[in-house]
Design a protein. Structure first.
Ligand code: ADP
Length: 248
């Protein structure tokens, strides 16, 4: 089994890529869906939220009133931290459960919008980042999701920037604006990623077989190699239980 962390800024195209990977055969774990599931009606998660935030965050139907909860935690770091302290461990536990239930040869793709912001990237053997220019993301959010432009910009501003996400990316999938009527190159990129990288990586992991080392000098610029070394170091540190580690 291979766990892949899939992320990107809002409107970049994560869900689009996730859907295609699902069609190709991935097991998809969607963090947004899990975040709703763990506080659905009747769950211990919802009970914990009520205990902390009071009955005002419940609708007449006994569901979580998200806008009401949003108003309580908006601009209140303590309240938001308290909410995250309830929701995040439940999501993490559910995610681990779903990954454990996947077949031994599965490629489990976890669609995690805030993968970089929450420092979760080193926990994944492979991180895929979908990238699109900010203006194009705003346009998609406004035209295709009906968001107000100022709300879309506020959402973008609250997330990590492209540089930060790129530093965490083992694979970068560009998904820029294209001229009207131009063919979409993204499906072919995703298909290549699946066949040429994810399936072989999964098979190697399961067989505990190291991939052959490429002949010659390592690919990429010095900066790219440095970033790759940083990601590797962070993964080793995570696997070693966050003990202080020095790799010279
Ligand atoms: P995210 O999950 O990263 O927020 P989505 O995958 O939902 O982003 O994409 C945002 C919007 O842009 C959606 O309406 C989606 O259909 C559209 N979109 C994304 N990528 C493409 C693409 N390559 N071609 C056409 N529409 C796209």
């Amino acid at each position: 089994m291979l766990r892949v962390g899939l992320t990107g800024g809002i409107g970049a195209g994560k869900s689009t890529v996730a859907r295609q990977l699902l069609e190709l055969g991935a097991v998809l774990v969607d963090a947004d869906v899990l975040a709703r599931e763990v506080v659905a009606r009747g769950t211990p998660g919802l009970a914990a939220v009520l205990e902390r935030f009071g009955p005002g965050v419940l609708t007449a139907d006994g569901e979580l009133d998200r806008p009401a909860l949003g108003r309580l935690v908006f601009g209140d770091d303590g309240a938001r931290a308290a909410l995250n302290a309830i929701v995040h461990p439940l999501v993490a536990a559910r995610r681990a459960e779903l990954a454990a239930a996947a077949p031994a040869d599965a490629v489990v793709v976890e669609d995690v919008p805030l993968l970089v912001e929450t420092g979760a990237a080193p926990g994944y053997p492979l991180v895929v980042v979908v990238e699109a220019p900010e203006e194009e993301r705003v346009r998609r959010l406004v035209q295709e999701r009906g968001m107000r432009a100022q709300d879309a910009r506020a959402r973008l501003a609250a997330q990590a920037g492209d540089e930060q996400r790129r530093a965490a990316a083992d694979v970068l999938l560009p998904n820029p604006r294209r001229p009207r009527g131009a063919p979409d190159p993204l499906p072919a990129l995703v298909a290549r990623l699946w066949h040429e990288r994810l399936l072989p990586f999964e098979a190697n992991l399961r067989a505990r077989r190291p991939a052959p080392r490429p002949a010659g000098a390592p690919a990429g610029s010095t900066g790219q190699r440095g970033a790759a070394a940083d990601r590797l170091r962070a993964r080793v540190a995570r696997a070693a239980g966050e003990r202080a580690l020095s790799v010279e």
